[in-house]
Design a protein around this ligand. Structure first.
Ligand code: URA
Length: 238
């Protein structure tokens, strides 16, 4: 059980600097249990704490775990250069609390992207040692042939890699569409593997990470949600 003063609580949740949070509170913009709390020194038990700011409801979260259905033309990098960053799709306070994408999708790749401010979670999810399988739906410029599927399953040689890399699984789902599961997460991996196998990736969507699928989350492009304990467990399960 942890009690904290309201200004510290709001700051920890990313609502701005301590000074700004104190002003919000003193201005009567924060309510707890339906009552305005305008004393920033008032302290509250953080666990299970619900509050409103500017009439919007929030729950205290020590760490946040998010899923975003990333649209095309957004960058995952911390300092985006050619397109807006994915954090611009989320409420501002997530950037304040240093929420970061778990790994990266290319600016033109759509689909499931995890974000968190929990460094251990980010590390565990992106560690190559864990081999978290990621499912992609790739649209190809040339038809998907048995030969292409065979090459990707057998392994293709990418520049700068010491040995050929194989897809964990790969199947044709349309004339120009295939599902491919990778365990590594190397730079432009699907696009480079398709190119090395003599095709070209025209569009790419990530549809699942581990056992967590976009379909389960039901997110439209550009939408995000908090991940609950069951969804986090799906990510962790083998
Ligand atoms: N592979 C790619 O080529 N791009 C991505 O964004 C993800 C996997």
């Amino acid at each position: 059980m942890t009690k904290q003063t309201l200004d510290r609580i709001l700051q920890s949740q990313g609502f701005g600097s301590r000074k700004w949070c104190r002003e919000l509170i003193s201005d009567g913009e924060v309510t707890i249990g339906g009552t305005v709390v305008d004393d920033y020194r008032a302290s509250f038990e953080t666990e299970g704490l619900a509050f409103t700011i500017f009439d919007e409801e929030w729950a205290y979260r020590e760490r946040v775990y998010l899923a975003l259905n990333k649209p095309s033309n957004y960058e995952c990098s911390r300092k985006p250069s050619h397109h807006p960053g994915v954090l611009t799709l989320l409420p501002e306070q997530f950037a304040w609390r240093d929420v970061q994408p778990v790994g990266r999708l290319d600016h033109d790749t759509t689909g499931l992207l995890l974000l968190s401010d929990d460094g251990a979670f980010i590390h565990a999810q992106s560690s190559p040692k864990r081999h978290v399988p990621k499912l992609y739906l790739a649209t190809t410029a040339e038809p998907v042939t048995d030969e292409l599927v065979g090459l990707l399953l057998a392994g293709v040689q990418l520049h700068d890699e010491p040995a050929p890399i194989a897809a964990r699984s790969c199947q044709r789902v349309g004339d120009h569409q295939m599902e491919i599961i990778l365990e590594q997460g190397k730079y432009h991996q699907v696009k480079r593997m398709l190119a090395a196998a003599g095709n070209h990736c025209a569009a790419l969507q990530r549809t699942a990470i581990g056992k967590l699928t976009l379909e389960h989350l039901g997110l439209e492009e550009g939408e995000w949600c908090f991940l609950d304990d069951d969804e986090l467990a799906l990510l962790m399960s083998e």
